[in-house]
Write a protein that binds this ligand. Structure first.
Ligand code: SAH
Length: 226
């Protein structure tokens, strides 16, 4: 389906029983599609996805699909969020670096699971809008940054986990360096035609093991800031 990049600029911050019901159904759909990490499913059950989207999509927020969030970007499909998060094997207090804040939904899912989240966005408008988003104040464990994700956050490294939520044309070297030994990086690698999900396990300072998973379609990871 085609959506023009048009927004009424309003959000609905009421979480009704109807929304909760649709959210439970979404969780069942994700279970059927093979998501089995109960902590991931619990987080999706808790975080009101419609808060992160324009009111124009209020009724569609709990369908398992991506939606536009402005600036030509999208909030990832719930299945994709669940898939990447499951591969991360999040434990409470894990220090997680996220590349591509976007709407902030993925960051909130990670924080809901008890992770300490460092999230970077290269588009100022999206960075500003998440920074001032009231719902973020529920998660003091999220720190957001405006910058180029290819650089990571050397000041805060090393991280237990790294998640890239945009399509990386190659595995970003600096992000691997900022990973702890024993840590995981989950990243979709490939061009506009599609990507393969990689989970890279850091075995030693220069020793990595790549696991390759399913095909996905993300917006591209771009260099520099905007
Ligand atoms: N995790 C987001 C998904 C957003 S889509 C969510 O839950 O909504 C991917 C995001 O990555 C976009 O907002 C895009 O602007 C951002 N992005 C792309 N390249 C980047 C880079 N080099 N550094 C930081 N963010 C980047």
């Amino acid at each position: 389906m085609y959506f023009p990049d048009y927004f009424c600029g309003m959000r609905n911050f009421e979480d009704t029983w109807r929304h909760k019901g649709m959210r439970s159904k979404l969780v069942e759909t994700l279970r059927e599609k093979g998501i089995s990490d109960e902590n991931v499913l619990n987080a999706i059950e808790k975080v009101p996805r419609h808060f992160f989207m324009d009111t124009a999509f209020d009724d569609l927020a709990y369908q398992d699909r991506a939606f536009p969030i402005g600036e030509g970007q999208t909030i990832s499909q719930p299945y994709t969020v669940a898939y990447q998060t499951q591969l991360l094997e999040i434990k409470a207090f894990d220090k997680v670096l996220e590349i591509g804040t976007g709407s902030g939904y993925q960051a909130c899912i990670l924080a809901e699971m008890g992770a300490r989240v460092f999230t970077i966005e290269r588009q100022k408008k999206l960075y500003d809008s998440f920074k001032t988003f009231f719902f973020k104040s529920n998660y003091p464990a999220i720190k957001s940054f405006y910058g180029d994700g290819y650089e990571g956050l050397p000041t805060y490294a090393p991280f237990d986990k790294v998640i890239v939520t945009a399509a990386a044309p190659y595995i970003p070297e600096k992000l691997l360096q900022q990973l702890k030994i024993g840590g995981y990086m989950v990243v979709p690698v490939g061009g506009r035609e599609g990507q393969r999900m990689f989970r890279i396990v850091k075995k030693g300072d220069d020793h990595y093991e790549n696991e390759v998973y399913d095909n996905f379609s993300f917006v591209p990871m771009l260099g520099g800031k905007k």
